[in-house]
Design a protein around this ligand. Structure first.
Ligand code: ADP
Ligand code: MG
Length: 225
């Protein structure tokens, strides 16, 4: 199978006054197309930093991020923005929905920002898969946490991304809702042959992954390849 995500010697150092925080300290990591990888590790170990680098949200201090054979560092700023919009779907712990837009408008927002055409049939399918049919006209504040996160997932999927990156997507949800939401994320990733990388604290969720990658102090200590 094809490697869709790869990092080589990836480092991210933050300089704070007189000392340096080594958030990532030499990460060699690869993920195959269609794979579901869970990233686990203690708070502060570098998980979010890694996910941000993979999605081109932040630039490394050293090393390479290669997505679909393209080295992100070689992309110009606009190319990187386009890459992010079209190839990557992000899901965060906080849902980050736009309060003034209804559910449907939130979901199609990334397509509109990219000036793309809304594939109504596909969007309807996502809405159905995520059980949001009845909520399309609702405003985010009227939804439960689990519903809001399902909208955020639908929004992440709306551009048909090849890669879905989720950073503790169920961190604000109770355990039963977490499993429902994660189950749907896994289902949609399989259905659309997406590569899914999920940071999670939840052992049960990690066990569902094809592979578990453990990070400690900015290094992968288990499951890197
Ligand atoms: P995790 O997601 O595993 O909890 P992070 O990737 O958020 O860990 O952070 C890894 C380390 O890098 C931590 O020590 C954190 O404090 C530090 N860090 C993250 N972002 C920044 C930043 N913007 N400036 C300074 N230090 C940061
Ligand atoms: Mg984090």
């Amino acid at each position: 199978m094809v490697e869709i995500v790869k990092t080589v010697g990836l480092k991210k150092y933050y300089k704070i006054e007189n000392y340096v925080v080594k958030a990532l300290d030499g990460v060699d990591f690869s993920v195959k197309e269609g794979e579901f990888v869970a990233i686990v590790g203690k708070s502060g170990s570098g998980k979010s930093t890694l996910l941000h680098m993979l999605g081109g949200l932040d630039v490394p201090t050293e090393g390479e991020v290669i997505i679909n054979g393209k080295q992100l560092q070689n992309l110009k700023k606009e190319q990187l923005t386009i890459f992010r919009r079209r190839k990557v779907g992000f899901v965060f712990q906080s849902y980050n929905l736009i309060p003034d837009l209804n559910v449907y408008e939130n979901i199609i927002l990334p397509i509109e920002l990219d000036g793309g055409h809304v594939d109504k049939e596909y969007i309807d399918m996502i809405i159905q898969l995520l059980h949001l049919e009845e909520k399309q006209e609702a405003l985010p504040k009227t939804l439960s946490g689990g519903q809001q996160q399902r909208v955020a997932i639908a929004r992440a999927l709306s551009t048909k991304p090849a890669i879905v990156l989720a950073d503790e997507p169920t961190g604000n949800l109770d355990s039963a809702t977490s499993h429902d939401v994660l189950g749907l994320l896994i289902l949609t990733a399989k259905k659309f042959q997406q590569t899914l990388i999920v940071i999670t604290h939840d052992e049960d969720i990690a066990q569902l992954a094809d592979r578990i990658v453990r990070i400690e102090d900015g290094r992968i200590v288990l499951g890197g390849e």
